[in-house]
Ligand binder design. Structure first.
Ligand SMILES: Cc1ncc(COP(=O)(O)O)c(C=O)c1O
Length: 354
């Protein structure tokens, strides 16, 4: 039976990427050696990093004003590294959930941290609108997709100050003008690859704003100048990311995947709105295409529904432990057919249990 992987992250990767990655584990590019046992300084590994960087720039239409680096420590280390490098006086943040709150918590170590708006009053079930970004802030930070709650910004605020975004859970999922951003970071383990690497895209001019003296590893300059190889990088995670970016490029890039993601979201949400047994948990206009959160109208029927999901081969649908209910994560590699299987189960459940 094929398994439909709706996991929120680490998450589904294209089958052909997994196939190529497993081959590289045994025999990387016919070298007779595993990718896991060779030096990151070798020509063929440097070529992987170069290709990953070039693909990121191609897919997001970025020129050489931007640097793309692959770091470790997860997106969570970026919560601290961003203010460590760029918060000189004060910074502005939008609070849309757990991850945004964690970023805010770290910023407070470095200086005044202004929360321009928050949706905490309604358990982060919507995206705040109509706020003002202070023109004298060092930067404005927000989270484009709130993985835990299932809300997303697909159009972005105009900012009078450098724009910084945590795109961990929706990078490369729809078209956007990446040049409006001064820094984007993303843990690669959702739309790009396995856990272990964090991608940072930054406008090189941002490096001139760094004033603090700091440990070498925490300075973005170190990693831009070292081309992600100041220390031993997460070679395998970057290789799998490179393969996933190649897969996306061959598919027709971000424009093509946007069509697929829109179709998946429309299929799922139209069933959610139609079906009497389920209901969504977030504001309709802020629904995420990547993580769709929902609950059962009668929670006592969850065990029956869970059994039906299992029988249909649906995996990873449980909501985050902090919110409960269900969460269908529909990242780039998830097919429309998998969403159809979920919709079919929801329809069968309604017929049998309404
Ligand atoms: C939007 C977002 N930001 C940050 C994180 C934390 O990432 P990491 O575990 O790589 O530190 C996550 C993890 O799920 C996330 O979804």
């Amino acid at each position: 039976m094929s398994i439909h992987n709706f996991s929120a992250g680490p998450a589904i990767l294209p089958k052909e990427v997994l196939q190529k990655a497993s081959e590289a584990c045994l025999n990387f590019e016919n070298s007779g050696l595993s990718l896991l046992e060779i030096s990151h300084r070798g020509k063929n590994v440097i070529a992987v990093f170069d290709r990953a960087e070039q693909l990121v720039k191609k897919l997001l239409n970025l020129n050489d004003d931007y640097a793309v680096i692959f770091l470790q420590g997860g997106a969570s280390t970026q919560f601290a590294m961003v203010p460590h490098n760029f918060l000189n006086t004060k910074a502005a943040y939008l609070n849309t959930g757990v991850w945004a709150s964690r970023a805010i918590k770290e910023a407070k170590h470095y200086g005044e941290t202004i929360v321009v708006a928050s949706s905490e009053d309604k358990n982060f079930s919507y995206i705040p609108k109509g706020y003002t970004i202070p023109a004298d802030a060092d930067y404005f930070h927000f989270t484009s997709n709130n993985t835990i709650y299932g809300t997303q910004l697909r159009t972005f605020p105009k900012s009078p100050v450098p724009l910084v975004c945590d795109m961990s859970s929706d990078i490369f999922s729809h078209r956007f003008d990446a040049t409006q951003f001064d820094l984007i970071y993303a843990g690669v383990q959702k739309n790009m690859g396995p856990a272990g690497a964090t991608m940072v895209i930054l406008k090189k001019l941002m490096l001139e704003r760094i004033q603090r003296t700091m440990p070498t590893m925490l300075n973005y300059k170190t990693h831009v100048e070292g081309e992600s190889m100041y220390n031993t990088p997460a070679v395998f995670a970057v290789y799998v990311s490179m393969l996933t970016l190649e897969w996306l490029d061959n598919l027709g890039g971000v424009e093509a995947i946007e069509k697929r993601n829109r179709a998946k979201a429309e299929l799922f949400y139209s069933e959610l709105d139609r079906n009497s047994q389920f209901k969504g948990t977030v504001a309709v206009e802020d629904r995420s295409w990547m993580n769709a959160n929902f609950v059962m109208v009668d929670a006592s029927k969850e065990t029956t529904f869970n059994d039906m999901l299992k029988q249909a081969g649906i995996s990873g649908l449980a909501g985050h432990r902090s919110v409960g209910g269900y969460r269908a994560s529909m990242y780039n590699a998830l097919s429309l057919e998998s969403v159809q299987v979920l919709v079919d189960v929801m329809q069968t459940f309604e017929k049998q249990h309404a």
